[in-house]
Design a protein around this ligand. Structure first.
Ligand SMILES: Cc1cc2nc3c(=O)[nH]c(=O)nc-3n(C[C@H](O)[C@H](O)[C@H](O)COP(=O)(O)O)c2cc1C
Length: 325
């Protein structure tokens, strides 16, 4: 009933994919998503070392027979070459890459039989990814959390715009958190949805209860959501960082660019090192990536299975309503 090009490609029951989370995207959340019929995603950045990633993949395998993927975020993933090798050796069926210059890894993974999905914020990057041969592309609309672009469009416009121009399957992301967003995305031509914030507000997500509750109670017009997602970056800071493009090492430059896009100072210290306490990491997530405008449709903290089953049963109800109109 929910067969799409993506469910067929990945061998999953529902066209629902978990987003990557650099600080906490481990098997603790990926396994329940896969078990409930979606595609769980282990984020290599969250495991920090290739050995940590290998162990987490093995842990996931011991807990589920269903497929799951690995997210390799080029800008933040340490030892990405070795991480890529672990994915190949452990026979993970699908990898999602994110940010820039991912083709080197994507092509290597495809040559080893791994499906390659790439996540982008703009049409220009989606077309470039198609040219590079990706198997599918995730398009994140303006409502979403994560890396921002001045050329990003709202999800409602970005998805049909992309479907019109691309031949590869499009996966919709950005502000989707319930059956209405799910059905809208499929109606716009997406072959699956990709959820970040909605999976953060689940019982299994390894962030604090305080953070989850704050998302369930949040008003999307609060500045911390609106500004992160919608406000343009400060022109003088964008210009300054763009001017450093050819002089700074690419990883450092991309990190500085991300901060400007998220409306942070590019000069703030890197707080993601090993010396960070758990409390400190939590504070950092709350401050820098609290979630997206999807908080508008999140009313309570539920289990991953409840989130997916509610989404599917409410989507089936919408289909029934439409069929009698
Ligand atoms: C706290 C947090 C951390 C994230 N970390 C990453 C990351 O490391 N790599 C990545 O590709 N995307 C990351 N994202 C983006 C999500 O994977 C996803 O693209 C986004 O949340 C989708 O929008 P939504 O939250 O509206 O569903 C992160 C998002 C949040 C909220």
């Amino acid at each position: 009933m929910w067969k799409t090009k993506i469910t067929e490609m990945l061998g999953i029951e529902y066209p629902i994919i978990e987003g990557g989370f650099g600080s906490f995207g481990t098997s603790a959340l990926a396994v329940p998503v896969s078990e409930a019929g979606g595609l769980g995603m282990i984020t290599a950045t969250a495991l920090r070392t290739p050995e940590g990633l290998r162990q987490d993949i093995r842990r996931a395998r011991s807990l589920t027979n269903k497929p799951f993927g690995v997210n390799l975020t080029v800008m933040t993933c340490p030892n990405i070459d070795e991480m890529c090798q672990v994915v190949i050796e452990e026979r993970v069926p699908v990898v999602e890459t994110a940010t820039y210059r991912a083709d080197k890894y994507g092509k290597r993974l495809q040559a080893a039989g791994v499906k390659w999905i790439h996540k982008v914020a703009t049409m220009k990057h989606a077309l470039a990814a198609e040219q590079q041969g990706v198997d599918a592309v995730v398009i994140v609309g303006l409502e979403g959390a994560g890396f921002k672009s001045t050329l990003q469009l709202p999800t409602l416009v970005a998805i049909p715009w992309a479907v019109k121009q691309l031949k590869i399957p499009v996966i919709a992301a950005g502000g989707i958190g319930d059956a209405r967003g799910f059905m809208a995305a499929l109606a716009m031509g997406a072959e699956a949805v990709y959820l970040g914030t909605a999976f953060m507000a689940t019982k299994e997500c390894p962030i604090s209860e305080r953070h989850k509750q704050s998302m369930a109670e949040a008003d999307p017009t609060e500045p911390k959501y609106r500004e992160r997602c919608l406000a343009p970056p400060k022109p003088e800071e964008l210009q300054r960082v763009m001017g450093e493009r050819d002089s700074a090492p690419v990883d450092q430059w991309l990190l500085r660019l991300e901060r400007v896009m998220l409306k942070d100072s590019p000069d703030m210290p890197d707080l993601t090192g090993d010396e960070m306490t758990e409390e400190g990491v939590e504070e950092e997530i709350l401050r820098s990536l609290p979630g997206s405008l999807a908080v508008a449709v999140i009313d309570k903290v539920v289990t991953v299975r409840e989130l997916i089953e509610n989404m599917i049963s409410e989507a089936e109800e919408i289909r029934r309503r439409w069929s009698i109109c």
